[in-house]
Write a protein that binds this ligand. Structure first.
Ligand SMILES: Cc1cc2nc3c(=O)[nH]c(=O)nc-3n(C[C@H](O)[C@H](O)[C@H](O)COP(=O)(O)OP(=O)(O)OC[C@H]3O[C@@H](n4cnc5c(N)ncnc54)[C@H](O)[C@@H]3O)c2cc1C
Ligand SMILES: NC(=O)c1ccc[n+]([C@@H]2O[C@H](COP(=O)([O-])OP(=O)(O)OC[C@H]3O[C@@H](n4cnc5c(N)ncnc54)[C@H](OP(=O)(O)O)[C@@H]3O)[C@@H](O)[C@H]2O)c1
Length: 290
């Protein structure tokens, strides 16, 4: 669930922990507290947060389950994958937004987790999609495809995002309308959640602009964000100035082809790629390998 809005009606696909989490038995185990299935390919879940875990909004960790026992030795090994933390760094729990790959070693099983189950979480957060990797600017763009929205779900709920920038723009491109729902509810919650307003200051969300698009199913805005930037449609639709290195900062998270195409476009606009150790105008991270 994008925020802790407890007044929301809970659809049948959401499941919450009925009782207090039991003591972890796995190494680095955390207990699942909430699961929501968004489509047949996407779900989100929340887990308990290790008391010692500190992370910067936008970072990722390795999470997973124990693999099936080795047929010869009977031993089990952890089966881990990189996952962006979708919750902000101040949240008492951790949220993740996940794909379900039907024959995927991890997600073919992870998709069946229920509140009260345990997952493995290695508490070593890393990543490039962090404020520290960008120079100060006037406006920040968060460009996502698919589950690449996850690190931005964290950053969009971090007060620093609104302290550092006068304008914050999230673009999210998916194939189908249903795949936009997590982001849509995230934005709705950010705009209405009283706790966030208290934390970030009344009216903070007026800085936030949201630009969802689909490519393979009819929706109010169709097309790849790269094409919409090239044609200038994004700027016209949002009523904003075109991207320039003096004012704009960007973070990119999506499939490889999207990352590479957008990276090239930003470079042509004069933005340079930054890193934790060398902050510049934009940063990029894969939402999944290949
Ligand atoms: C830095 C980083 C952060 C990541 N963060 C997330 C995240 O927040 N949420 C998430 O769902 N995944 C994320 N991933 C992908 C994740 O690590 C796994 O690949 C994914 O959970 C599938 O695991 P699997 O073992 O089931 O299949 P894998 O064997 O890992 O993948 C099988 C195939 O499924 C496709 N695939 C994998 N992940 C995705 C995806 N997210 N969207 C669309 N297609 C995919 C790819 O074609 C891949 O070759 C991230 C990957 C990286 C490198
Ligand atoms: N989404 C589904 O319904 C679905 C169903 C079954 C299997 N899969 C498989 O799952 C994997 C991931 O699918 P996904 O839909 O999550 O992610 P994806 O293929 O990475 O696509 C996500 C979005 O990114 C867009 N995109 C792709 N390349 C781009 C580029 N160079 N520049 C700008 N935008 C770009 C896509 O537009 P385009 O549509 O124009 O490519 C789509 O809107 C794929 O291997 C796919 O075959 C997906």
């Amino acid at each position: 669930m994008p925020t802790n809005n407890k007044t929301e009606l809970i659809p049948v696909t959401e499941t919450k922990a009925a009782k207090a989490p039991k003591a972890p038995a796995l190494p680095d185990a955390q207990t699942v507290t909430f699961v929501k299935h968004w489509t047949d390919r996407l779900f989100s879940f929340r887990v308990t947060r290790p008391a010692s875990l500190r992370f910067r909004s936008g970072e990722f960790v390795m999470i997973g389950l124990m693999d099936d026992p080795d047929p010869n030795t009977g031993k089990q090994k952890p089966l881990l994958r990189a996952y962006s933390i979708a919750s902000p760094s101040w949240d008492e729990e951790l949220e993740f937004y996940s794909i379900k790959v039907q024959d995927g070693p991890l997600t073919s099983r992870l998709q069946h987790i229920q509140p009260g189950d345990e997952i493995i979480l290695r508490p070593k957060p890393v990543g490039t999609l962090v404020h520290d990797a960008l120079l100060p600017g006037h406006r920040v763009w968060f460009f996502a495809t698919g589950t690449g929205i996850a690190p931005f779900a964290s950053l969009l709920r971090d007060p620093q995002t609104y302290e550092d920038y006068d304008e914050v723009i999230l673009t999210h491109t998916c194939r189908e309308v249903g795949e936009l729902q997590y982001g849509k509810e995230l934005i709705e919650n950010i705009r209405t959640d009283e706790m966030l307003a208290e934390l970030m200051g009344e009216g903070f969300h007026e800085k936030l602009k949201y630009y969802p698009t689909t490519t393979r199913e009819e929706s109010p805005k169709m097309g790849r964000i790269t094409d919409l930037l090239r044609s200038g449609e994004v700027y016209t639709d949002l009523g904003v100035e075109p991207i320039k290195p003096e004012t704009d900062r960007a973070m990119i998270c999506g499939n490889l082809a999207f990352n590479l195409e957008l990276k090239e476009m930003l470079e042509e606009m004069g933005l340079e790629e930054g890193a934790n150790s060398d902050p510049k105008q934009y940063v990029v991270e894969k939402a999944f390998l290949d």
